[in-house]
Ligand binder design. Sequence first.
Ligand code: ADP
Ligand code: MG
Length: 594
Amino acid sequence: MIKVLDKHVADKIAAGEVIDRPVSIIKELVENSLDAGAGTITVEIRNGGKSYIRVTDNGCGIAGEEVEIAFRRHATSKITVAEDLNAIHTLGFRGEALASICAVARVELVTKTLDAKAGRRVVLEGSNIIENSTIGCPDGTTITVRDLFYNVPARSKFMASDSAETRRIIDMVSRIALSYPDVKFTLINGNSTVFATAGKGNILNSIISIFGADIGKDLIPVEDSLNGFVIKGFVSSPSSSSPSRSKQIFCINGRVVSSDILEKALDEAYREKLFHGRFPIAFLFLALPPEKLDVNVHPTKREIRFDDPYEISDFVIRSVKSALTVKEAVPHITTENVNTKPVKLFVAPEQGVQETIVKSIPVEPPVSGTPSNYNVKKTLSSKRESENLSAGPEITKPLVRPFDFENLTILGALFNTYIVAYDEDSFYLIDQHAAHERVFYERLLEQYNSKEKLRQTLIIPLNFNVSKEVVSFESEWIDRIRSIGYDIDFFGNNTYLVREIPAFMDIDEAEAFLKDMFSTLEDKPDLTNTGILEKIITRSCKSAVKGGDSLSKNERDALMKDLKNCVNPFSCPHGRPTFIRMTRHEIEKLFKRV
Ligand code: ADP
Ligand code: MG
């Protein structure tokens, strides 16, 4: 039942202006439709939503005697007492949206509940009801919003161009549609359908309907749970990253959220796997016990506050990192990026998807979602354990397999540069130089972080001649170099003497590494900044490790063994791949066998 909240409850809600542009209206209306348990939601817009927005749903509808009160401020059917704010299960709860919308636009509401004989049509202008009549209509609700800000011209100035507002709307509706794969969403702009999802509960299919088949090809499923936290969804393999964060979608308990914490966690999970300026693609659905987060922070509810940000961040890092250990995360050559001629034989994107999704298998056990109000009610009534909270409806995922170094057969080396290997279904090239850099870097970090430094003493010490400037701020860098395992001392006359070097380096490497360090120190970098320090170290690793040497079989085997022990074996510290992989199927496609 829709009631106006008691003043003391209303006062506890983070208040604020909800409506600033067309997209905010659409967001509120679509959330209402979802809260109403709709299985089908159609959004239509014209002129970027400025002149016309219509949202139609087949949800529970509003009872005839409640339609007027629904437009009052703080009128909601979703919470009653202040305690309800601690565990919100619906998208709306402020009871402000309809009131705010009708204050700034011409609104028409047509609605019918399942058990009502007839529906109701209400027309409002500037918050005044100018019509309230019975009408024949299907079950559900249709809200039409025309001429946004017709009565507040000052605000219409702050809207962007029609096309920019349209882009915002497409972005937002896509995000919501993705987080509700059980709901059939259609977005219509003017006379054309922007996208339509099937509403059959398959997240991967929704991703493909909204973003196109290309994106679906290289996605790796993420699935994990811990202490009542559940995560599901997809992330891109490191080789198909994106130049912006626009394809990172986070959904928590059925709510699309923006969160620095989740973005940072994702970055951390991909650390050293991506080049600077590239971002992973991610569609992640989390379910957390409601008491672990506060959604009552911001009036549009996009921002949330976590009870324990470290807990959630660690959970996401762990889950995504472990998802990225599969074979499919090894950069993959496909027939699409190999130039096949004649052009006609170019592989259609759909086929690419089919290929990567070797077999579509449902995740076991299939789970129902929390997202819509309808499902939430079900969840509440069965008082399910928080472990059973699902992060979204059943998803179909591509089959992925763990990568196992033990299964590799090494054939030799190509051009003295690439190790050639294969396993039961894939062919690999391993860049010796990148691999060596990775191994070198991880050993260096290990040494840097451990108390015991494993060193070797040189018979003839190494000499380094540096500039006066470098000597002048010795106290800032010398201990860092010692931490790596060098025994280094000032010898006078701008010279440093190194008597011991880290055990894992050979003399040439040790020398090249320090040379590079010293040349970077000329610029007096801020070594207290760990980011800068790390950059210097990764750069110096690169100089230390030489490329192009032919390796003996034993050296090759040793390198592969070292690589196997790395935390991040698939990329060098700069994000370049150490491995590339081609599946047997791709090879067969190139030879036109399939
Ligand atoms: P809130 O969503 O915060 O409760 P709103 O102003 O968005 O507040 O909506 C007020 C009330 O109107 C809701 O609580 C709900 O009962 C009813 N309502 C709004 N939209 C719909 C809809 N599409 N279907 C059914 N009921 C709706
Ligand atoms: Mg609402």
